[in-house]
Design a binder for this molecule. Structure first.
Ligand code: ATP
Ligand code: MG
Length: 139
């Protein structure tokens, strides 16, 4: 499978604080091309389905409530080595552990409200992109 696409969301804490422009600038400046993008809001059911892999984790209910609490930006991004390079750009899940200059270090407020999502594998990037975008929208 190709290794040049990943999927991201700008999460409700970041859209609420008007960080969309700053985060998209960091993404573009790091060399990612925006393939597909939409501004939308997840229902609880949709957020639950998206994060199904975490349903046994203790924070699942909190995560679903939070991810359906406000608008998000969903996007498919393209760059060589996209999945790994994007995880480097966003930094650690917990912003107190994220490296200087990463999106989460700059914009995240907590381990739960951590500003952005980034796919963790090529396989999940494809699954997550397909969750939000039809084939016609993934040009
Ligand atoms: P993401 O999948 O959103 O890119 P991640 O891969 O860095 O984040 P995961 O382990 O996949 O981290 O967790 C998914 C999301 O669940 C996190 O981004 C965060 O919003 C939330 N989360 C993770 N751990 C915790 C926790 N201990 N307490 C509360 N929320 C958490
Ligand atoms: Mg993850």
């Amino acid at each position: 499978m190709a290794t040049n696409r990943t999927f991201t969301m700008i999460k409700p804490d970041a859209t609420e604080k008007n960080y969309i422009g700053g985060i998209l600038k960091m993404i573009n400046d790091a060399g990612f091309r925006i393939v597909s993008m939409k501004y939308t809001k997840l229902t609880k059911e949709q957020a639950g389905a998206f994060y199904e892999v975490h349903k046994e984790r203790p924070f699942y209910g909190e995560l679903v409530d939070y991810m359906s609490s406000g608008p998000i930006v969903a996007a498919i991004l393209e760059k060589d080595n996209a999945v790994a390079d994007f995880r480097t750009l966003i930094g650690a899940t917990d912003p107190t552990k994220a490296a200087e200059g990463t999106i989460r270090k700059i914009y995240a407020e907590s381990i739960a409200a951590n500003a952005v999502h980034g796919s963790d594998s090529d396989e999940n990037a494809a699954i997550e992109g397909n969750f939000f975008f039809s084939a016609l929208e993934r040009f």
